[in-house]
Design a protein around this ligand. Structure first.
Ligand code: NDP
Length: 286
């Protein structure tokens, strides 16, 4: 299949810059506004085609990409009649939400019955990676289908890994997020202690950056933590959702760090859910 037309659902902190990169790579981009009209206006000014309904958007797409907040939106959008009735064997769904493996498998089962091919393709790399087109994609599904959509994914990502069957992408993403949430809490504590002990931030970066306590999270979040800048980025309520997926998948296994991290994110969700997930350290850094 020669892919020309890409439909994109979920134009948020991640989706908007990812969609811009598709336009830059020459794809015909099809979008529709949800509640917020601004991303569609921006994309239109860069050449995207706006539709007034999901039906129209889906009907005009070879490949459909979705990157929605949670399982709930995956279910309500991807299993809706508007989307399902307008996709056929010619189409591929590239599902990039950080959702649960179970929801991904449910969506796939329904699509498979209609002969619609699916790739499970959550991402890592944050909004910076989305803007720069350097995301990591953790794919689940069939290699032949992945190869078919690879040129589209190349416009948004630097690394694309085929991890296993449908659901394996969401599973490894949940493991990554479990680590990222724990590392975020640990990084906040490290910055708080460095401030109390009057260790200069640049010294922390240089010395710990070259020592065994270093982490991607500490190196990438130390500046915003010391500035007490909690602008998202990646919202705290989405991180809670991700750690919840990991803990749910663990079932009766005991994961003490993940369970504690989940409780901490739950406790903060009401007050700071819409802030960046680094706001988990707000109290300790106040
Ligand atoms: P945002 O909350 O910024 O964006 C979500 C987008 O989905 C919005 O554009 C929203 O539109 C749209 N949306 C919500 N419901 C619907 C619906 N029913 N139909 C159509 N569109 C809908 O989230 P992010 O972009 O930050 O995250 C998206 C996913 O990517 C999440 O699963 C997250 O965990 C994951 N992720 C996020 C990263 C980050 O750094 N932010 C990094 C890696 C993965 P509207 O605003 O108009 O309602």
């Amino acid at each position: 299949m020669s892919i020309k037309r890409v439909g994109f659902i979920g134009l948020g902190a991640m989706g908007l810059p990812m969609a811009k990169n598709l336009l830059k790579s020459g794809y015909e981009l099809h979008v529709a506004a949800h509640r917020n009209k601004q991303p569609v206006e921006q994309l239109k000014s860069e050449g995207a085609i706006e539709h007034t309904s999901l039906v129209e958007l889906v009907s005009n797409s070879d490949v459909l990409i979705s990157i929605l907040p949670t399982d709930k939106e995956m279910e309500s959008v991807l299993l809706s009649d508007d989307v399902l009735s307008n996709l056929s064997k010619e189409n591929v769904l590239v599902e990039m939400t950080s959702g649960s493996p179970e929801m991904m498998k449910n969506v796939h089962a329904v699509y498979q019955k209609k002969g619609i091919r699916v790739i499970d393709a959550p991402v890592s790399g944050g909004t910076a990676g989305a803007q720069q087109g350097t995301l990591t994609i953790m794919a689940g599904g069939e290699e032949a289908v992945l190869d078919e959509v690879r040129p589209v994914l190349d416009a948004m990502a630097k690394q694309i890994y085929l991890v296993g069957a449908i659901g394996a992408g969401k599973a490894i993403k949940a493991i990554n997020q479990m680590l990222a949430g724990i590392h975020m809490i640990a990084s906040g504590e490290a910055v708080a202690l460095a401030e109390k002990l009057e260790i200069d931030k640049e010294m922390v970066k240089q010395v710990i950056g070259n020592s065994s306590g270093a982490s991607w999270m500490l190196m990438n979040k130390i500046d915003s933590l010391t500035e007490r800048n909690y602008e998202p980025g990646f919202k705290l309520n989405l991180m809670k959702k991700d750690i919840q997926i990991a803990v749910n998948e663990a079932k009766d296994m005991n994961l003490p760090f993940a369970s504690n991290a989940l409780q901490m994110f739950k406790d903060k969700e009401g007050e700071s859910g819409e802030l960046d997930f680094s706001a988990i350290s707000k109290d300790i850094l106040s």
